[in-house]
Design a binder for this molecule. Sequence first.
Ligand code: NAD
Length: 304
Amino acid sequence: MSVSFEGRVAIVTGAGAGLGREHALGLAARGAKVVVNDLGVATDGSGSGSDAARAVVEEIRSKGGHAIANGADVTSAEETEKMVEDAIAEFGHVDILVNNAGILRDKTFAKMDLADFAKVLDVHLMGTVNCCKAVWNHMVAREYGRIVVTTSCSGMYGNFGQSNYGAAKAGVVGLMNTLAIEGARKNIKVNTLAPTAATRMTEQLLTPETLELLQPDTITPGLLALVAEDAPTKMILGAGGGCFAEIRITETPGVALVGDDLSPEGVVAAMGAIRDPEGAEVMDNAFSQTRKYARMGAAARGLP
Ligand code: NAD
């Protein structure tokens, strides 16, 4: 099935460099009109005002595509609202939002200033919230929306020195879970991309051979699938070097403890069974878990 974005309008944040640039080029190459957002900051979020977004716009236009540059800081609700207003004024509507902008301020938790923790949360989590909020009611009214948030293996699995980044990147998954549920009736599909790529964020960390394999253009096909017409929803797609896998938060069947077993000693004794992954499942929503425990708890007590 061919994937086309003809007639669609997309906003890609942090699209002046790295993955965002590649996503913007990929969307434009398949017909989308693209708002190329970038504040033009260094990897740690300092400075601003490079011409990176404009260069990507020129690149898209030189290939016959349509794009405008936008310099909104995603941490500003006002600026992101204005970005969406400008997109609608220029292209008529917004169909796709790719939340990609990001920074790093790595330090062990012991040495990390709370200001650096808050700044990373602000860019990744509140930046994503601001952009989603700015397009949400527009998408609800049009009964069409495709949104991607960008997480990281640090958020999914943890990484030494990245408590701020990991917390922010896990936070966007929580946001996706609820937006996917709330958007379902309005044809708004919300997914998460978990990339691993050779960009300025990772150039110091990986060998030249690995960097060569993990070029951003090996990831963008996955992003395009997450915002396509028949996109899935509430999916976390791992992507890197042309490899794609689904990341799932699962829950084991678990155990129901009653009587004397409903004690710390009982939980310790049952830990093997509690952690047994056989039959683990993905919960549809928060109440799936509540219903499961109500059912198991009642059965263990011989109640109907
Ligand atoms: P990058 O540094 O090349 O690009 C990030 C872009 O975001 C930059 O152009 C920067 O100017 C922009 N930006 C930063 N703060 C902004 C703000 N407040 N408002 C608007 N724009 C802002 O990094 P990248 O590697 O391409 O990362 C893109 C996304 O992918 C990030 O969310 C990152 O956390 C995530 N990610 C990257 C990797 C990887 O391996 N590179 C792995 C996991 C997740």
